[in-house]
Design a protein around this ligand. Structure first.
Ligand code: SF4
Ligand code: SF4
Length: 223
């Protein structure tokens, strides 16, 4: 099922989207009220180009791999760390400052058990989730577990510590969600304030960036 839908009340039948779609996945149909409107067919590959093409903002993202397009359902800034080192604590403190601007809590996903996890609470975290505890094979299933975590908790931003295992996990998650990874907390703050997200998609064998102004999360960053 395509991740985009047409808001028929907004559609003015300009057919701009029909021309913009590289996959011939949009056509015109007559709706229940006898009005000609754009329609997305099943061969849509979710490249999202039609969203920015439509002058009426009539095409909307309804889901991407289980993610909702409604910003309101996303909550919290989560930090992913591999240990409870001073560097990890500092990242939690930075994330907490960012979370405070959103009036949101700060959570930590800790890859692996660490008896010192209370230091992360002292640094500002309200929750610490040991992700490896639910992974039967840590290396192979961490990305799956994190994807499931994103689906269930719907974080607004995920900040990955610049540590080898964590960086790798960020790349895997970004690939699975088909979204870019930011590289600084300043970028995350800016994106959160702009409430805009860039999607990267393969379109006819080329990587294409699409900016959409609707609010889709999470933001991912390696910092
Ligand atoms: S570009 Fe927008 S307004 Fe024009 S036909 Fe497509 S959905 Fe409708
Ligand atoms: S998302 Fe891409 S493939 Fe799908 S209808 Fe829009 S332009 Fe076509």
């Amino acid at each position: 099922m395509p991740a985009v839908i047409v808001n028929e009340d907004r559609c003015q039948c300009s057919q701009v989207c029909v021309t913009a779609c590289p996959y011939d996945a949009i056509g015109l149909i007559s709706n229940d009220r006898g009005r000609a409107v754009a329609h997305i067919y099943e061969n849509c590959i979710d490249c999202l180009l039609c969203i920015s093409a439509c002058p009426q903002q009539a095409i909307m993202l309804v889901s991407t791999y289980g993610l909702s397009a409604e910003l309101e359902v996303y909550n919290g800034v989560w930090v992913v760390v591999a240990d409870t080192s001073v560097k990890a604590q500092q990242l939690v403190t930075q994330a907490t400052k960012l979370a405070q601007t959103l009036h949101a809590p700060t959570g930590v996903i800790l890859l692996g058990a660490d008896s010192q996890c209370e230091v992360l609470m002292t640094a500002g975290a309200t929750t610490v989730v040991p992700l490896a505890a639910v992974a039967s094979d840590r290396q192979a299933y961490l990305a799956d577990d994190l994807l499931q975590f994103v689906d269930e908790r719907q974080p607004e931003a995920l900040l990955f510590a610049d540590q080898a295992l964590v960086r790798d996990l960020a790349c895997q998650l970004a690939f699975r969600l088909q979204i870019d990874v930011l590289t600084s907390i300043r970028d995350v703050a800016s994106e959160l304030s702009e409430r805009r997200l860039w999607f990267q998609r393969s379109v006819l064998d080329q990587r294409v960036h699409t900016a959409i102004a609707i609010d889709t999360r999470p933001l991912l960053a390696v910092v």
